[in-house]
Design a protein around this ligand. Structure first.
Ligand code: HEC
Length: 145
């Protein structure tokens, strides 16, 4: 069960390693110990689109795309948690979470799905890098514009 998640993590690390994405410049602009709000002001949806390669093992992001290992994520930003896809079999844990997928919820989820929603079946260990998470959130948001 852990294998897809480990593979995904390795892919994330290699993606972060390859594409510089003006990280140093953007982090500098965000200031020391940036809040999520600050990081979102320097987040780059294009960098996020590249990082989404990690998520694509289980998710499609195109409009009307199929549910695969996880639900299709097109337009997920701003939607109620655990209800976006009518066809996908969400866990009771995710359906019961409540709230919507805003910056804060997505950040906590992508950092550590199991901590945000204990009992979720999203087998993904999480992305520790706050700027990478902000980039992914910017990308997901761009799919709702
Ligand atoms: C190993 C497969 C897998 C990977 C990799 C994965 N996910 Fe998921 N994801 C799932 C599953 C399964 C669910 C449904 C979880 C549940 O029902 O508890 C889910 C649910 C979600 C949801 C909630 C959708 C909704 O309709 O409420 C979001 C948002 C999400 N994933 C984002 C991501 C992002 C962003 C990444 C990459 C950083 C990612 N996922 C990587 C399998 C995966």
């Amino acid at each position: 069960m852990l294998r897809p998640a480990s593979a995904a993590l390795l892919l994330t690390l290699s993606l972060i390693g390859c594409a510089d994405d003006r990280r140093a410049e953007r982090l500098k602009a965000a200031g020391p110990n940036p809040t999520l709000e600050k990081l979102m002001t320097v987040a780059d949806a294009k960098a996020g689109a590249r990082l989404f390669g990690t998520c694509a093992a289980c998710h499609t992001s195109s409009a009307g795309g199929p549910d695969t290992g996880g639900p299709n994520l097109h337009g997920i930003y701003g939607q109620p948690i655990g209800q976006h896809s009518a066809r996908f079999g969400y866990t009771a844990a995710l359906r019961a979470k409540g709230g919507v997928w805003d910056d804060k919820a997505l950040d906590a989820w992508i950092a550590n799905p199991q901590r945000f929603v204990p009992g979720t079946k999203m087998q993904f260990s999480g992305i520790p890098d706050p700027l990478a998470r902000a980039d992914l959130i910017a990308y997901l948001r761009s799919l709702s514009d």
